[in-house]
Write a protein that binds this ligand. Sequence first.
Ligand SMILES: [Zn+2]
Length: 117
Amino acid sequence: MHTTKRKQSNSLPKMSTEIANGGIFEQSIRCGKPNCRCANGDMHRGYYYFIFRTVQGRLRKRYVPKSMVTMLQNLVAESRTERRREREIRQMSSRLLTQFHSQLKEILGDNDAASED
Ligand SMILES: [Zn+2]
């Protein structure tokens, strides 16, 4: 298997499994021209950035073109669904384990009680 060094500095996640959480934010900017409308507070819109937490727990911020906003929003939604499913599976298996332990205890307890009787 070939392993290529990934440029972490400006890479965007491409799969929902790469992120733990995230959100798209719009930023308004001033271009700096003194006679532009933005100088009076009517800022330029349409600048987006994506803040996300990697599965390793690192917080990242990347500017993204508008054309990628929908894709990233889908990625976040997908990742949320996956996290929820993982949580449900974890909860279910821990519930089953608890059930199993209490049943085991009951069986062992019964045996103890029976022998003492
Ligand atoms: Zn401006």
